[in-house]
Every structure is written in structure tokens, then in C-alpha cells.
Design a protein around this ligand. Structure first.
Ligand code: FES
Ligand SMILES: [Fe+2]
Length: 466
């Protein structure tokens, strides 16, 4: 006789029975030296400071759990060295900046920007001590007001991650940096969770950006060698609006226009921001990004370049600066990701269908860390000189009125056509790419409800690969 299946129902008022601990997913949360994720993160360039934060004095910074000192020497070059002097450990934040390098205050040792010891003035002239070791130092690149470092093995240093969006013509880039007192993952995962936009930013506490975000999007994820891009598609009246998002491993993302009301057809809009999520340590994170300002990608002209900088950006909910009551009434991204706790406990979550993107991302990062533990290096972005790394972030809007058939199917097919056009043109420079995308997608616009020009069936052969 078979035993009847036992169904366990959740118990109401079951706080007593719920687990109270919050185990941390150590593999992906810990970024310090020697940790698996820390080693993985040390294979990429990361931004860590805005140029405007550096004065003529040395500055203490913390990146991937290491205490460092950044300075601009008198010749204008930047140096980034371990905080404690290799001699007896005095902090180089009290160092004297030299023409080339920095001199420790305690016994006057002079270090070059690459950490080699140039002078040990108290030692006998013939002393070989300065040839025996170096001060720890990391390479630094300053670009458009943002300072980046690479903290991995020198022989594996990748090219600077020049994205195509950073090379857009007629574009003004304004950087911002905002601190979050929590682990990097929960900040980074926000960009792979497009469903929160309909709830957090629109339905739950009223529109924080625009009413058009209230519609639940149709999402299609595409996996690439470097990470993901996904289409985020909605019906808005007679338009189908496709927002493209990039998420390159481990911590880079771009999305569409920050301000958009979907009122006219447009093609290959470019991202409103180009963003990294840099771990300061296991419990602190910086969002460091450039907001882009140009006529093409801020169609509503609501962007405010002057409101971007240290601790601030020009769109809602990115910092904890508003009064607590205001943030309780209309919480933003910063409130949501910080409120997950210092470090999210994956074990205590209950992922649903809206969390596919987060699950994809976690799986890829975990796999990359485990590969590295087995000696397999991660794939790193390899920018094409003059063109950068091809990305997808930005908006395309097509006029395709709703018909009798399944509108969700129509929206999905349209978004796949847009994804195909983006992928097929990614070898082209910006203007040529936009023209080619326009040529491919313009015939999809139609006055006939629910119809797409059948001549363009070829475009729809593009398959979702995630
Ligand atoms: S501690 Fe730096 S020179 Fe002695
Ligand atoms: Fe958000």
C-alpha cells in the first residue's frame, strides 16, 4: 500500500520556527587578498576614486580590503602604494611628495611610483638594502575624472576597459561616486534585476522616474563571453520600447536613458550611465559611474550634470542623503540594496521567476571563481583601438501598435529583432552602427496593429542564448 504524500503547509505566525542566523556566501562575498573572490576581482581594472577627491596631499584609500595611499607626484604622475612603509611601517599618508614618487616621513626612504626604492638616506652608501625588496604598488590610470587601478599579478594585467560608450562623439561624461555600507554583490546584482524597476521605482511608492516604468517588462537575457546583455521590453501605447542593459563580469553595467517618456521612435540610444561597483572591503562598496549627457540620449533634457560628483548623482534614490522619513515613504535603490544587510545571505532567500537575472549572474561569477581556483583565467574585455568594447546599453523605440494576437509574443519577437541588430553591428563605429541598426529596424515600424513586416523574418532567427 502506498503512503499518501504529505504536504507541508507553511505555518502562520511562525517567526519562532524561522532560522535566525544569516549564513554568508563566502565564495563570492569576500574580496580581501588571498580569498577566492578577491583573487578573481584582482584580474580586472576597478575605479576607486574621483580625481576631484585627490588634493596635493597623499590620500588614504581602501580597495578590495587593502589599505593604500594614492598621491600625485610633483611631475603630475599618480602613485598608488601600500599604506605602510616597507622599512618599518609608518603610514605613507604622512609621506612627502617628491618630483617622482613619495618619501616616507619617518626615515626618508624614497619610493618610485612603481614601488622601487630609490633612496635609503640613513643607510651606508654601499648598502644593497634597496635592491632587496619593493614597496607594494599598483598601476593606476586616470580617465575623464575617474582613477582606476589593477591589483592583480602584473603579467596578467588586462587592457584598460575602454567601453564604446566612453568614446561617443558629442558626449559629455560627468563622474559620480557613492558609498554603500554593504557588500558589493547586492549593489551589483541590482542591475540584473530589471523587475524591481516596476515595483520599487513606480508601483509601490509612486513613480520616481516616469510612469512608463510601471508596466512589467518582458525580459530576454543573452549570455556573452564577457557576461550578459538583456532586453527589457514594454508596450507603451502604440510603441514597443526596448531598453538594453549590459552586465559585464564581474561588476560593470550600463542601462538605458535615465529619463524617458516613450513618445517617439528612436534607434540605438546609448546608455544613461557607465557604471562599476567597486568593493572597498567585504562590507563597503562604491558605485563609480559616468553619467552621459548628449542630445541623443537625454531626449527629455532632464539630466543635470552639475548634480553629479562625490556622494551625489542626478537621479532618484542613489544615496542615503535624503531624510530617513523621506526614504521610508519613497525608498530608492540605495535603501533597498543596503537594507538587505551588510552581506546578503543567499541561503535565506527564496528566489522566484523575477530573479532569473540575479541567478544567472551568481552562477557565472561562481563558475569564474571556481575556474580560477583550477588555474583557468577569466576572459577579460579586449577593446578594439578607437572603437572600445562593443556594448548594447541604451533604448530603441519602435511604432508597432497592439493587434489581436498575443501582444507579449509580439513584444518578445520585436526585442529579439533589436538584440539581433545590435549584435550584428557590434564591429562598427558608433555612427555607422546606429545607421545600420536604423536600416535594419526601421522597416519594422508599421501602422497595422499587431503586424511586423514579414520580409524581416530573418532578423527573428536570432536566438536567446542564456
Ligand atoms: S618607516 Fe618609512 S622610512 Fe622608516
Ligand atoms: Fe533601480
Amino acid at each position: 500500500m502506498s503512503t499518501p504524500a504529505v504536504t507541508t503547509r507553511p505555518i502562520a505566525f511562525s517567526g519562532y520556527h524561522q532560522p535566525k542566523d544569516r549564513p554568508v556566501e563566502e565564495l563570492t562575498a569576500q574580496v580581501g587578498p588571498g580569498t577566492p573572490c578577491g583573487e578573481y576581482m584582482r584580474r580586472f581594472w576597478h575605479p576607486f576614486l574621483l580625481s576631484e577627491q585627490l588634493s596635493h596631499r597623499p590620500k588614504v584609500v581602501r580597495v578590495l580590503g587593502e589599505d593604500l595611499v594614492l598621491y600625485r607626484d610633483l611631475s603630475g604622475d599618480l602613485g598608488l602604494v601600500h599604506k605602510h612603509c616597507a622599512h618599518r611601517g609608518a603610514s605613507l599618508e604622512f609621506g612627502i611628495i617628491a618630483e617622482h614618487g613619495i618619501r616616507c616621513c619617518y626615515h626618508g626612504w624614497l619610493f618610485a611610483n612603481d614601488g622601487t626604492i630609490l633612496e635609503t638616506p640613513g643607510e651606508p652608501p654601499a648598502s644593497p638594502i634597496k635592491e632587496r625588496f619593493c614597496q607594494g604598488a599598483y598601476p593606476v590610470i586616470e580617465h575623464e575624472g575617474v582613477i582606476f587601478t589593477y591589483m592583480g599579478p602584473p603579467h596578467l594585467k588586462p587592457a584598460f576597459p575602454m567601453m564604446d560608450a566612453m568614446l561617443m562623439p558629442n558626449n559629455r561624461m560627468k563622474p559620480y561616486l557613492i558609498h554603500s555600507p554593504c557588500n558589493w554583490q547586492q549593489v551589483s546584482e541590482n542591475s540584473m534585476d530589471p523587475f524591481h524597476v516596476a515595483f520599487l521605482h513606480t508601483r509601490v511608492s509612486g513613480p520616481q522616474f516616469s510612469e512608463v516604468f510601471a508596466e512589467l517588462p518582458i525580459i530576454d537575457y543573452h549570455e556573452t563571453e564577457l557576461g550578459f546583455f538583456y532586453t527589457n521590453a514594454r508596450r507603451v501605447g502604440e510603441f514597443i520600447w526596448i531598453r538594453m542593459h549590459d552586465h559585464l563580469l564581474p561588476n560593470f553595467s550600463q542601462n538605458g536613458a535615465i529619463f524617458e517618456n516613450v513618445s517617439k521612435v528612436r534607434y540605438f540610444g546609448r546608455p544613461g550611465l557607465t557604471r562599476w561597483v567597486t568593493p572597498v572591503d567585504d562590507h563597503n562598496t562604491y558605485v563609480i559611474a559616468w553619467r552621459h549627457f548628449n542630445d541623443r540620449d537625454d531626449p527629455l533634457h532632464q539630466g543635470r550634470p552639475e548634480n553629479n560628483g562625490v556622494g551625489k548623482t542626478d537621479f532618484y534614490g542613489q544615496s542615503g542623503d535624503d531624510p530617513y522619513e523621506v526614504r521610508q515613504d519613497s525608498p530608492g535603490d540605495w535603501d533597498a540594496w543596503c537594507s538587505l544587510g551588510k552581506v546578503t545571505s543567499h541561503e535565506r532567500e527564496h528566489l522566484g521567476t523575477t530573479d532569473r537575472g540575479v541567478a544567472f549572474l551568481r552562477r557565472r561569477i561562481k563558475r569564474a571563481i571556481e575556474d580560477l581556483q583550477r588555474g583557468i583565467e577569466p576572459v577579460k574585455p579586449d577593446p578594439v583601438p578607437g572603437l572600445g568594447i562593443a556594448t548594447a546599453g541604451g533604448d530603441t523605440i519602435l511604432r508597432i501598435p497592439k493587434g489581436e494576437g498575443d501582444d507579449r509574443e509580439l513584444i518578445l519577437k520585436t526585442s529579439q529583432a533589436v538584440a539581433a541588430a545590435y549584435v550584428k553591428t557590434q564591429h562598427l563605429p558608433d555612427e555607422e552602427r546606429r545607421q545600420a541598426i536604423t536600416d535594419m529596424l526601421a522597416p519594422l515600424n508599421t501602422a497595422d496593429p499587431g503586424q511586423i513586416n514579414p520580409d524581416h523574418g530573418k532578423i527573428f532567427e536570432f536566438k536567446t542564448v542564456a
